[in-house]
Ligand binder design. Sequence first.
Ligand SMILES: [Zn+2]
Length: 244
Amino acid sequence: MGYRPIARLRWPAFTRKHQAAQTGRSPTCGILLDRANGNSARGATAAQSTPSRGAVLLGRRAVCFETVRSKRENFDRRHRCLVSISSSDRSFLARAVELAAEAARTGNDPFGSVLVSDSGELLAEDRNRVGDLNDLTQHPEIALSRWAATNLNPDQRRSATVYTSGEHCVMCSASHGIVGLGRIVYATSTAQLLTWLEEFGAAPLAITPSPIQQIVPGIVVEGPVAEFSDAVRELHRRRHTSAE
Ligand SMILES: [Zn+2]
């Protein structure tokens, strides 16, 4: 039929993810899913009139085409940790995760962050010091905000990037926005953290999580990045369980 298969997913999973990912109506995909859910014949497609896009059922698998691919990628970016980052982004995130490990080794919660200028210079870095200072507000992101407030001018702050092992909490998002820092790249999300805390039987967060963009309108935020998930999860596992 001239279709170019780009992905094959087990159909029930595909259907759920697609429906969850849909932010607007997509007539082509909608018709396809309706027909699929209505037990359409194997191989049947509703995209006959627009053969360059659509999806088709092959047994219990769905083969999706161009428009479905873009929706799936959007979903992946938001929910399945497939944000693409540059090699320099990766190295700064790796440093943030190293700092998180250092925090854990010294009896603090496993979080670390670095502040990088627009020319790629590492300006400042810090880790969680809640245990060291017996102060629950000693998060690395707010420490970097304070450092930036006293060491950078507004333009430098605006063009700087904060790399952090875990998505900013509300307090740190607010400090980031108040001092006018720029882009944020995080390795793991608050949603992941909540899942892990529940999994490890740890206390839930004391404050209601909120997306950084809701606290700082217009901010550029990227994350989570899949390759760091296992390492950060392991830091939290060690922190919140007795088993090593
Ligand atoms: Zn925080």
